[in-house]
Design a protein around this ligand. Structure first.
Ligand code: CP
Ligand code: NVA
Length: 314
């Protein structure tokens, strides 16, 4: 059974297929084939979401499938039924799961015990749907409507600033290795990628194309993309004050953004906290592509759903 729990779950050929299919689904929106017809997909979410929830719900609907949104606390999983039994039971009813939770090991356990595809809709460790979409969004700009999107990404440099030890940054470390890009991470001392990410790179035999620095200007030099995420992710609220203090030097200001390449793109997975990790004028800059990123979640995830849904026939 094919799952999408981390960036490396697709082979390079499959990643190319995701991009090709996403481009076609986007071009033909409103006329997509109902490839999920007679399928029901369940979204199990333990954290808040605007983009992931809505894009998956709309995407499944547009591919002819039905969606069940299950807040973890509305089902017995929230009151102690095991992940294994939840996976086994849901596999008898639905054709795929999209899961947003804390531990990466929980999505892995659901995938291991179920017999339907599982998509990671964000864990503390990774946010793979986001990074595939981000790479697609940048490639769309660089390759144009007909160019080779994966070739357009190869060798490009992304500077990631702020919280360089959580899901979005971790996923960029893996994603950059998959897409042949370089990542410069700039964050406070102690925010280097953790052992799980290093172990994943090693296990997948991927050269680690990342560098970590505490100097934000060093990171953005020659960057094609300047990227940031919130400083206090969901679940870390108690650390907010400390994080704001530590990460202030990594805020993306107009001055920092202008130290990247003159045509560099600004990206953010959203939601943003203007005045914290990024200044409003950078969010509003013509080279900020944050809302294209948000829109493309729909098209890229539809491609992922179409590919995984094939293995989950009714
Ligand atoms: N970027 C992202 O995943 O947004 P949501 O938390 O709104 O889903
Ligand atoms: N790092 C953020 C991403 C939200 C999409 C969080 O985990 O809250």
């Amino acid at each position: 059974m094919k799952h999408f729990l981390k960036e490396t779950d697709f082979t390079p050929q499959e990643a190319a297929e995701v991009f090709t299919l996403a481009r076609e689904l986007k071009r033909k929106r409103g006329r997509n084939r109902p490839v999920l017809s007679q399928q029901t997909w369940a979204l199990i979410f333990s954290k808040a979401s605007t983009r992931t929830r809505v894009s998956f719900e709309v995407g499944i609907h547009e591919l002819g499938g039905h969606v069940l949104f299950l807040n973890k606390n509305d089902i017995h999983l929230g009151r102690g039924e095991s992940i294994a039994d939840t996976a086994r039971v849901l596999s008898r009813f639905v054709h795929g799961l999209v899961v947003r939770t804390y531990a990466q090991s929980d999505v892995e356990e659901l995938a291991r015990h179920g017999s339907i595809p599982v998509i990671n809709g964000l864990t503390d460790l990774l946010h793979p749907c986001q990074i595939y979409t981000d790479a697609f969004t940048a490639a769309e700009r660089w390759a144009g409507p007909k160019g080779d999107m994966l070739a357009a990404l190869r060798g490009r440099k992304i500077a990631f600033l702020g919280d360089t030890r959580f899901n979005t940054a971790n996923s960029w470390v893996l994603g950059a290795a998959v897409f042949g890009m370089k990542v410069a991470l700039a964050g406070p001392k102690g925010y280097e990628p953790g052992p799980q990410i290093k172990a994943l790179l090693k296990k997948e035999g991927l050269a680690s194309g990342y560098r970590f620095t505490t100097d934000p200007f060093e990171a953005v030099a020659d960057a094609d993309i300047v990227y940031t995420d919130v400083w206090t992710s969901m679940g870390l609220e108690e650390e907010a004050r400390r994080r704001i203090r530590q990460m202030r030097p990594y805020a993306v200001t107009a001055k920092l953004f202008s130290a990247a390449k003159p045509d560099a793109l600004f990206m953010h997975c959203l939601p943003a906290h203007p005045g914290e990790e990024v200044q409003q004028d950078v969010l509003d800059n013509p080279r900020s592509i944050i809302f294209d990123q948000a829109e493309n979640r729909l098209h890229v995830q539809k491609a992922i759903l179409a590919m995984l849904g094939r293995g989950s026939r009714t």
